[in-house]
Design a protein around this ligand. Structure first.
Ligand code: AMP
Length: 325
C-alpha cells in the first residue's frame, strides 16, 4: 500500500479538528468524496470535530449539505481538499487557514498544493480514491451506509454510470464493495439521473442545435435569451453536457453556457482527442477527456470551437496515418 495513504491516516489521527473542502460548482464526485470522507471520519473517530464546507450544493442537496464553520476553527485544524486540481477552484478560500493541508485528487496534478498530496489520475473519481483509502484500513477506519452511499454516488457521477473509459475493473470491484452496505442504490441512481421538465425540453433544443463538422467536432451554444426562455440556470445544465456525445460522428464537443456575469462557461468532452490543453488555454483545466473553461464573449467561444475543430482534424489525420494493427 502506498505510504502516502499511511501518512494521510497519521495526519488524520494527529488532529482533533478536521475541515474538508471540495471544488466550486460541486458535482456528485466533489460532494461524494468530500462528505463520504467526512462520514468515514465521523464514524471512525467520534470524538473528533469533522466539518464539510463550501458554497451552495446546487441541486444536489439529496446528497449532502454544508456546515457553517467560524474562522477561528481553522486554527490548529487539519484541512483536506478533495477532487480539486487548482487552489483557486477550492470552494471557500479559508482552506489556507488550517495548520496542515492535504490534497486528494484524480485530476492532473497541475498545482500540487498541500503538505501531503495524493493524486491518482488513473482513478475514475476522487470518490473511488476515498473509498480505496477507507477500505484499506479496516482496523482503523469505519465505512458506514451513509459514507458508502456518498462514495458510490461520486463514482457513478464521474463515470457516467460506469460508461466512461476511466472505469476499470477496480472501479467496479470497489463499487461492489460499497453496494454491500445496503443503501438504496436504485433510488440513488434515479436521483442522480432525473431532470426537471424544463431541462427535458431544453434537451430537445440541444439535440436540434448541435453544430458538427466532418472531422467530429461539435458544439452547442446556450445564450442568455434561450436560458431565460426555458427558465434554466447554469447549475441545471449538467445533464445536457453528454448529449452531443451520443451522436456517432462526434468525437469532441463543447457546450457553451451563458453566465449572468456575461461570460460563457465552457464544458468540454471527448471520446479520444485530448481536450484539456484547450481548456488550459482558456482559463480552465480538467481531465484529458472531460474539462472545463471560460470564454469571455462569443469571439472566444468561436476561437475555442475552432481549436476543437483543429484538434479533431489532426486526430483524424493521425489515425489515418497510423499503421493498421
Ligand atoms: P465540468 O464541465 O464543469 O463538469 O468539468 C469537467 C472537468 O473539468 C471536471 O473534472 C472539473 O473539475 C474540470 N474543470 C471544470 N472547469 C474548470 C476550470 N475552470 N478550471 C480547472 N478545471 C476545471
Amino acid at each position: 500500500m502506498s505510504s502516502i495513504r499511511q501518512e494521510i491516516l497519521q495526519a488524520i489521527k494527529d488532529y482533533d479538528r478536521i475541515i474538508i473542502h471540495r471544488h466550486m460548482r460541486p458535482d456528485p464526485d466533489a460532494l461524494g468524496s468530500q462528505v463520504g470522507l467526512a462520514e468515514v471520519l465521523r464514524a471512525s473517530f467520534p470524538t473528533k470535530e469533522i466539518y464539510q464546507v463550501g458554497g451552495p450544493v446546487e441541486g444536489l442537496d439529496y446528497l449532502a449539505e454544508m456546515d457553517e464553520v467560524a474562522d477561528h476553527l481553522y486554527q490548529g485544524a487539519l484541512v483536506i481538499v478533495t477532487d480539486t486540481a487548482n487552489s483557486p477552484r477550492i470552494s471557500d478560500q479559508r482552506f489556507e487557514f488550517g495548520e496542515r493541508l492535504v490534497k486528494i485528487d484524480h485530476h492532473p496534478n497541475d498545482e500540487p498544493y498541500g503538505d501531503l498530496v495524493w493524486v491518482n489520475t488513473k482513478a475514475s473519481s476522487c470518490s473511488e480514491m476515498v473509498a480505496d483509502f477507507a477500505l484499506s484500513f479496516p482496523e482503523e477506519l469505519v465505512v458506514n451506509q451513509a459514507a458508502a452511499r456518498l462514495l458510490y454516488a461520486g463514482i457513478v457521477g464521474d463515470t457516467g454510470r460506469f460508461l466512461y473509459p476511466a472505469t476499470t475493473a477496480h472501479t467496479l470491484a470497489i463499487s461492489g464493495r460499497l453496494l454491500e452496505y445496503g443503501f438504496d442504490a436504485a433510488l440513488l441512481n434515479r436521483q442522480l439521473q432525473q431532470i426537471s421538465l424544463k431541462v427535458a425540453h431544453l434537451s430537445g433544443y440541444v439535440y436540434q442545435h448541435i453544430e458538427a463538422d466532418d472531422n467530429g467536432a461539435g458544439q452547442v451554444i446556450l445564450p442568455q435569451e434561450l436560458l431565460e426562455k426555458y427558465g434554466v440556470v447554469d447549475s441545471e445544465t449538467a445533464a445536457l453536457v453528454p448529449l452531443p456525445g451520443t451522436v456517432d460522428s462526434i468525437l469532441a464537443w463543447a457546450l457553451f453556457v451563458w453566465q449572468p456575469e456575461g461570460y460563457y462557461r465552457v464544458r468540454l468532452r471527448s471520446k479520444g482527442p485530448v481536450i484539456n490543453e484547450i481548456a488550459k488555454r482558456h482559463h480552465g483545466g480538467g481531465h484529458p477527456l472531460a474539462s472545463g473553461a471560460n470564454a469571455r464573449d462569443l469571439d472566444e467561444v468561436a476561437e475555442i470551437y475552432s481549436e476543437i475543430q483543429d484538434l479533431c482534424r489532426r486526430f483524424k489525420e493521425e489515425q489515418a496515418a497510423a499503421p493498421e494493427n
